[in-house]
Design a protein around this ligand. Structure first.
Ligand code: MEV
Length: 432
């Protein structure tokens, strides 16, 4: 049973301060704990930023918003999203509402297993590495786990190693040993890179073969999330249902993306709109996730859609499987005040639970984009949101923006000049 309700009707109509109050109430945290999300230094004091990366001169801001309505595995979530593109947060919230019935989006994840690669550019004869692993797996595990007591105490550590033999396209053979490491709640790059570096001299001593690279693989094929979402069908659609005809067009669009890499890239980009926005808000390595998602989409030898939609038992059902290497500890999660505040709102501490929410956002984003594309197209919604940007640029206050946008929509115009004229007209009407 979910103790929190992420259905926050009217959320988009409130002021930023009112929204933050609602988010704090939803998350059961004191409003003051969310201060880093609104304070003038964007939640990242210069003193911290200066030590994060090199040649630092300051900080760089992007809009932060919260998507409402999410329900994943019977628990409600309000999801922080950092994104400059209009429509994304609104679309995620819209689709999350369609997908909330019952337990909401059903997600399951594998254990958080990451892969470290030890590369042998001039591999020993076939059988040598394989025998070495057969005979020395226990020794390897003991040597690596001994150096990572904290990971071990958290329930993680070395799990197994496998040999992969490959051929360069020019025919030159090479070999790779994959270390599979359970990294628990960390993204895992540090633990895996360290273990790969620690294991390399052992393999050199055991086999006499020279090691080339020792590095994490950013294709975490064994660290995966599967999400499934369902929307009921009802003539005319509604808040929690889709019109059967709309659903059929979504399936058609899905099949297009499954068949055509040109369309699949765009559909997957839409999924990543949602995923990356959550990753930015939570201080994750979004480059790693992007690289993995697209490699995974092409893993069977042909780039295809990550999400698929079908009509089954009178419902529209979407499924997606995704590799996700995320961390709720390590990296900047313990240092960046806004990241810490966003995790408080999410209310998750386990990386696997967090990955399930992120994948759910990706699936919802895909549904929203596909529904819009398969019906009225995305430009109408976009125009409204662009109109908002123009209204803000024209100097409209938070209270004036909706009225300026409504006037622009009524005029059928979404440009800077229209915003200036509508704002002037609004103020004239008020003062008169
Ligand atoms: C735009 O940022 C994302 C979409 O193009 C995704 C899609 O086509 O599915 C709308």
């Amino acid at each position: 049973m979910s103790e929190r309700n992420s259905r926050l009707p009217g959320f988009s109509k409130r002021s930023a301060e009112e929204r933050l109050g609602e988010v704090a109430r939803f998350a059961g945290v004191d409003r003051a704990e969310l201060e880093p999300l609104t304070c003038p230094d964007n939640g990242l004091p210069q003193a911290i930023a200066a030590h994060m990366s090199e040649n630092n001169v300051g900080r760089f801001s992007l809009p932060l918003g919260f998507a409402t309505n999410f329900r994943v595995n019977a628990r409600d979530y309000v999801v922080p999203m950092v994104i400059e593109e209009p429509s994304v947060v609104a679309a995620a919230s819209f689709a999350a509402r369609l997908l909330r019935a019952g337990d909401g989006i059903v997600a399951c994840s594998t254990e958080p297993i990451m892969t470290g690669q030890i590369h042998f550019p001039e591999p020993p004869p076939e059988g040598v590495l394989e025998r070495c692993l057969e005979e020395r797996m226990g020794e390897l595990k003991a040597a690596l786990d001994r150096l990572h007591p904290r990971l071990l105490a958290a329930g993680g550590g070395f799990r197994e190693a496998r040999v992969r033999r490959l051929n360069h396209p020019d025919g030159h053979p090479l070999a790779v040993v994959h270390l599979h490491i359970d990294v628990r709640d960390a993204m895992g790059a540090n633990a895996v890179n360290s273990m790969a570096e620690e294991a390399a001299p052992l393999f050199e001593a055991w086999t006499g073969a020279r090691v080339g690279l020792r590095i994490l693989s950013n294709l975490p094929k064994h660290r995966r999330v599967h999400v499934e979402g369902k929307v009921a069908l009802a003539p005319g659609g509604g808040e929690s249902a889709l019109d059967p005809d709309e659903a059929r067009r979504i399936v058609e669009a899905s099949r297009f993306a499954e068949a055509d890499p040109y369309r699949a890239v765009t559909a997957n980009k839409g999924i990543m709109n949602g995923i990356d926005a959550v990753l930015l808000a939570t201080g994750q390595d979004f480059r790693a996730v992007e690289a993995a998602a697209h490699a995974f989409a092409a893993y069977e030898g042909r780039y295809t859609a990550l999400a698929k939609w079908r009509i089954e038992d009178e419902a529209l059902v979407g499924r997606m499987d995704l590799p996700l290497a995320l961390g709720t500890v390590g990296g900047i999660t313990a240092v960046h005040p806004a990241v810490k505040a966003n995790f408080k709102v999410l209310g998750v501490t386990e990386a696997t639970r967090f990955s399930e929410i992120v994948a759910a956002v990706g699936l919802a984003q895909n549904l929203a984009a596909t529904r819009a594309l398969a019906s009225e197209g995305i430009q109408r919604g976009h125009m409204r949101l662009h109109a908002r940007n123009f209204a803000v640029q024209a100097g409209a206050t938070e209270r004036e923006v909706p009225e300026v946008v409504a006037a622009m929509v009524a005029l059928g115009r979404s440009d800077q000049q229209a915003a200036i004229e509508c704002l002037a007209e609004l103020r004239r009407a008020r003062s008169g």
